[in-house]
Every structure is written in structure tokens, then in C-alpha cells.
Ligand binder design. Structure first.
Ligand SMILES: [Zn+2]
Length: 183
């Protein structure tokens, strides 16, 4: 059992806690980064890892999916449909009709948009799934490390206890010997 090694390893972890996420320096006793609130320590940073490997297209898919999930998406479409129908129903006199009822061009555009949206949402969903899996993996990793540390602490405690018992026995023996001499 390397009690000394265990102690030095633990001390080593707390030296110079530079944030791996933002690179900011922190006080030696900090648990979370003062700049970005990330937990400091020798473990993986799943979100940053994933962001580093993101292609431009994936980033685009993420922002499109984010936009679709907002009320803005419905507002933009409602305005678009209203203007389209108004223009082609002859309500707006300044615009010439370009897609008469039943708005075939609008249907084609919407069908194409639906195909793109489906693709973007699926790409974004796959990335979300990857993030969830990586986070679960990280949880597992941290749990295993905590388990090992606990095992090490347990072994250290046992060693300390047995040494204490030995010392107590030795002290008892010495006292008895001194008592015998005194008689
Ligand atoms: Zn930070």
C-alpha cells in the first residue's frame, strides 16, 4: 500500500487549477471556475470536446434547430403566408400576382423547406444523443474514480487503525513492564 503516493497525488491535483474550459486561473482551493463556473479537476470536459469536433454544417444544423424550437419560427411563417396570400389574392395592388390560388409555388417551397428541416433536426438530435452518451460516460468515469479513492481511503484508515492498535499494545506492555519493575 503506497500511503505516501496517495497523499502526494491528492495534493498534486490541487496545484495550479487552470480552467480547461476557458483557460482562466483560479485560487488553489477553488472547486468551480470563477470565470465560467465549470468544475475544476482532472476530468473530461464533454461539451468542449464535442464543440471542438463540430463541423460548420453541424453548427448550422444546431442553430437552425434552435430557431425552429422558438416562437419566432411560427411568427416568421405566419407573416410569410399572410403576405404571400395577400399578394396573390390581389389585395396588395402594387405587387403583380406570381402564384395564384392554390399557391403551387408556395407548396413546393414548403416541401423543400420540410426536407431541409427534417435533415437539420435529425443531425442536431444525433449530436444531442452523443452529448447525453458522453455525459453518462463521464458520470461513470467519475463514479469509478470516486470508488477507487474511497477504497484507497479505506485501506489507509485500516492501516492507521492497525498502527494505532500496535502502538496502544506497545504502550500497554511498557506500562506493565514498568509496573512490574516498580514492585
Ligand atoms: Zn473557466
Amino acid at each position: 500500500m503506497s500511503v505516501k503516493n496517495g497523499v502526494s497525488e491528492t495534493l498534486h491535483v490541487h496545484e495550479d487549477p487552470l480552467c480547461p474550459a476557458c483557460g482562466g486561473s483560479n485560487k488553489p482551493e477553488s472547486v468551480f471556475c470563477a470565470h465560467c463556473d465549470k468544475a475544476l479537476g482532472p476530468f473530461r470536459y464533454v461539451r468542449e470536446e464535442l464543440a471542438a469536433g463540430t463541423s460548420r454544417f453541424e453548427a448550422l444544423a444546431d442553430s437552425v434547430t434552435e430557431f425552429i424550437g422558438r416562437p419566432h419560427f411560427f411568427i416568421v411563417h405566419s407573416v410569410w403566408f399572410l403576405l404571400w396570400i395577400a399578394a396573390n389574392a390581389g389585395i396588395v395592388m402594387t405587387v403583380r400576382q406570381f402564384d395564384a390560388y392554390p399557391y403551387n409555388l408556395l407548396s413546393i417551397l414548403l416541401a423543400v423547406e420540410a426536407i431541409f428541416i427534417t435533415g437539420f433536426v435529425l443531425i442536431s438530435q444525433n449530436r444531442q444523443q452523443a452529448l447525453i452518451e458522453k455525459t453518462a460516460e463521464l458520470d461513470y468515469e467519475v463514479n469509478v474514480r470516486a470508488y477507487r479513492e474511497i477504497q484507497e481511503l479505506k485501506a489507509m484508515t485500516h492501516e492507521v487503525l492497525s498502527r494505532l492498535e500496535n502502538m496502544e499494545k506497545a504502550a500497554g506492555n511498557r506500562q506493565r513492564e514498568e509496573g512490574n519493575k516498580g514492585i
